[in-house]
Design a protein around this ligand. Structure first.
Ligand code: TXA
Ligand code: MG
Length: 338
């Protein structure tokens, strides 16, 4: 795990107990945590992130048993999911119990809970002795942080402690499944795939309505400063069209988000590869880092290939599509469906 400093975790846990805010690594992205049961702390989290307070937070606990006091109902399906995937990158939405302040759920009567699979996060939660409310530790609207350096870029001076546990392993946020109603509903795709979930709870639904149930999904999200456009369709045609589009823009103003397989085919622009298309885990791991690198280079336009698939690639695509805010160009011809 690298630079795990035990004293830092102790120090951070003390800060949480005293009502402070701490950033810490999880297996997905870095979180910005505080005592979930203290409304004043929850206010401070929203403020530090610049996040709208109707967008609820995830409560992180160290063992599934610690979820029981936070919820009013623990359905059998949720219990099975916890057993199958916790600790791990799955967030479960359940009916909230009275101990959970409405502030932390954005006024909702449901609460999102997760047991992260990272030794630093788990030690921190155990030592703090309270559920830790933690959104991703980025400024609202920016790409989620996958290193302590990213957290510093966004939140330095606004929070009390940053625990540096090195780069995270997964690189995109947890899968969210809503188990608060009869039909299990996937609110956000992630590392735990739909078919893995269905292996445990049977049929699931994807919430694709215009008014998403995970309120965070309605905001422009995960976004770099440059304007992102995605081209979808046959690979050769996408490369040709992106090349054409780059030529129409001033030198050095365009970044191209490519793959190992295609990066050699771009004639100009700042070309960054997310990794090999065959290695979706690598693509997930580099996504937010690459978007931040474009920002550092002052890139104004980002032109991206699409990386769709049923698995993790689909979760990467979900994040890119949010960042593109509707700028998706679907090309005619043999569009592949994953
Ligand atoms: O991997 C992750 O989940 C990371 C790490 C730090 O655990 N956390 C994270 O938190 O991504 P955040 O706040 O950036 O995203 C939480 C998402 C938001 O889209 C929010 O709307 C949704 O979870 N959410 C939280 N509580 C909910 C609830 N009661 N019902 C529906 N959606 C909820
Ligand atoms: Mg976030």
């Amino acid at each position: 795990m690298g630079r795990y400093v035990e004293e830092d975790v102790r120090f951070a846990a003390d800060a949480v107990r005293r009502g402070g805010l701490v950033a810490f690594p999880t297996e997905t992205v870095y979180g910005l945590g505080g005592n979930a049961l203290d409304s004043t702390v929850v206010d401070k989290i929203y403020e530090a992130k610049g996040r709208p307070s109707d967008n609820p937070l995830i409560l992180h606990v160290a063992r599934w048993e610690d979820v029981v006091p936070l919820v009013s109902v623990m359905p059998e399906g949720a219990r099975r999911l916890a057993e199958a995937f916790w600790p791990g990158p799955l967030t479960i939405v359940l009916r909230k119990g009275d101990a959970v302040p409405k502030k932390v759920t954005g006024g909702r009567d449901t609460v999102a809970v997760r047991v992260p699979n990272h030794p630093v996060a788990l030690d921190l939660i155990r030592l703090a002795g309270v559920p830790v409310a933690a959104p991703s530790a980025n400024t609202s609207g920016r790409p989620s942080p996958t290193t302590a350096g990213h957290v510093k870029e966004d939140l330095d001076g606004r929070i009390d402690v940053i625990v540096d546990g090195g780069a995270v392993g997964i690189g995109i946020e947890s899968t969210i499944i809503d188990m608060s109603e009869d039909e299990p509903t996937i609110l956000r795709p992630g590392y735990i795939t739909r078919s893995a979930l269905e292996g445990v709870v049977g049929r699931t639904r994807r919430d694709e309505t215009g008014e998403p149930k995970a309120p965070g999904m309605k905001y422009r999200h995960y976004a770099p400063r440059g304007e992102l456009t995605i081209w979808e369709g046959d690979a050769a045609a996408v490369v040709r069209e992106i090349n054409r589009a780059v030529e129409g823009k001033p030198n050095g103003s365009v970044g191209v988000l490519a793959s190992e397989e295609t990066k050699g085919e771009y004639r100009c622009g700042v070309v960054c590869s997310l990794g090999a298309r065959s290695d979706e885990e690598a693509m997930a791991r580099s996504l937010y880092r690459v978007l931040r690198e474009f920002d550092e280079k002052g890139i104004q336009y980002i032109y991206s290939e699409s990386f769709d698939s049923e698995g993790l690639g689909g979760a990467v695509m979900n994040r890119l599509a949010k960042a593109a805010d509707g700028r998706i160009i679907r090309m005619n011809g043999n569009k592949e469906k994953g």
